[in-house]
Design a protein around this ligand. Structure first.
Ligand code: IMP
Length: 210
């Protein structure tokens, strides 16, 4: 069986492909992905966004099994923000129409992390800093969703970044079981416990039913 990944992130593709290999499933990049107009990921939930992508991209490659993922960080004390806005948290127009402070600098990941810490400054010092990474996957063929899966991992948001690997919010996300942030884990260590690893292993299991 071959699954086509609707992701332009080469790191994610390599992880999906390596994880699928032992089950005899091949994961390949979706052919011509760059030329396919990207659908708007404007749904209110991760699952709906994953569905939107899986449906849109599978319609562009008739007959192929296409999967898409949507993931992000939820901080409980911030009413599960940044949530579906995780990718562009620091640049997002706020519900009242205003923009977040323009004072943040650096890469988008650095700005997102700095903005998250700013948002958490106003929380009580003794309050919970619990957060979770969430990943939802959808597998579709010819515009029809065949399978869905999800994974999540709970941790804590540190007061300053630690570690140099990974991406996104990894340097702020402490995994208490190992007392290390996701940016202090090797790729393999992170994949074993991460939201994306859990969700993908679950999808692979379900693929046996197809
Ligand atoms: P995507 O939907 O997987 O591309 O993720 C959207 C955003 O969520 C990313 O741009 C990151 O900011 C954040 N995110 C998702 N997964 C991770 C992760 O494993 N580590 C750190 N940040 C993540």
């Amino acid at each position: 069986m071959t699954l086509y990944a609707a992701t332009s992130n080469p790191g994610k593709l390599a992880e999906f492909a390596a994880a699928a290999q032992p089950s005899g499933i091949t994961v390949l990049a979706l052919p011509g992905l760059e030329a396919i107009p990207a659908p708007a990921e404007d749904a209110a939930t991760f699952q709906d966004n994953a569905d939107i992508k899986a449906v849109a991209y599978s319609l562009a490659v008739p007959g192929l099994l296409v999967f898409a993922d949507d993931s992000g960080l939820e901080v409980m004390a911030l009413s599960n923000q940044p949530g579906v806005h995780s990718a562009r948290y620091a640049d997002r127009r706020l519900p009242d129409g205003s923009n977040p402070p323009a004072s943040l600098s650096g890469t988008l990941d650095e700005r997102n992390n700095a903005y998250l810490l700013q948002q958490m400054e106003s929380l009580p010092l003794s309050g919970s800093r619990t957060a979770r990474f969430v990943c939802h996957l959808a597998l579709a063929r010819d515009g029809e969703i065949l399978l869905r899966s999800q994974g999540s991992v709970e941790g804590e948001i540190l007061r300053s970044p630690r570690g140099a690997s990974g991406f996104g919010y990894d340097p702020l996300f402490l995994f208490p079981g190992l007392n290390r942030t996701f940016a202090e884990l090797s790729r393999e260590e992170k994949w074993r416990i991460s939201h994306r690893g859990i969700a993908f292993r679950n999808l692979l299991q379900q693929c046996r039913l197809l």
